[in-house]
Design a protein around this ligand. Sequence first.
Ligand code: 1GP
Length: 245
Amino acid sequence: MVHNYIVKSRQQHPLHFTLLDPGKMGPDDLVELATQTAEAGTDGFMIGGSTDLSLEKVDAAVDAIKEITHLPVILFPTHASSVSGRADAIFFMSLLNSESRQFLIGEQIASARWVKKTGLEPLSMAYLVVAPGMAAGKVGQAQPLPRDDPNLVVSHALAGQYLGMNYIYLEAGSGASAPVPADIVKAVREEIEALLIVGGGIRSPEDASVAVKAGADIIVTGTLVETSNKLKEEMSQLIEIIHSG
Ligand code: 1GP
């Protein structure tokens, strides 16, 4: 079970997940990135990102990545239509600060029977988009949570936890110029027991260290993995800092 793996691994140290986007490259390039980040010590793979992914692309990416690693492969979907039954688990998430029913519960209803049928392990997650939010905010029709209002973010995170969600994801948006502020991560950490995921705009070991010290359980990087020209070296440094807590 992926959830048990995450809980157990987190008992050892904070974790790093690599976000791979099948909309940006084909299976061969994804496998190359997955191989190098696995060697650098990443703890799991998230598959998603682009908002118009086809099921075929996600299936092909999941199959290719699972051939080279035993690390968990977790879907990070935008739409029900791209939920691949071949992954190990799915972040079954609701964008709690969306203004659209579609992203609060619509896509979830559309995919629920498929998740059951395929046996994907659902990992229940509250997805909170913090400014700037980037494409995730726009596509999800979110009113991005202000960067200077930790209490409002805590209210959303607690609401997610009380609705039974085991994971809270603080998302600044892929490619954000700055990650979620440390005081927001800290404020949420102090009030929730759920596993806390932080992503968006994390580009350096320093960024990762700040988020971990503020209380993140899992750090997600996507853009860095796609753009680095010294991937294994850079990821090793970043992951080492995360693992050292
Ligand atoms: C996006 O939080 C992730 O959902 C990753 O963001 O691409 O900025 O690393 P980056």
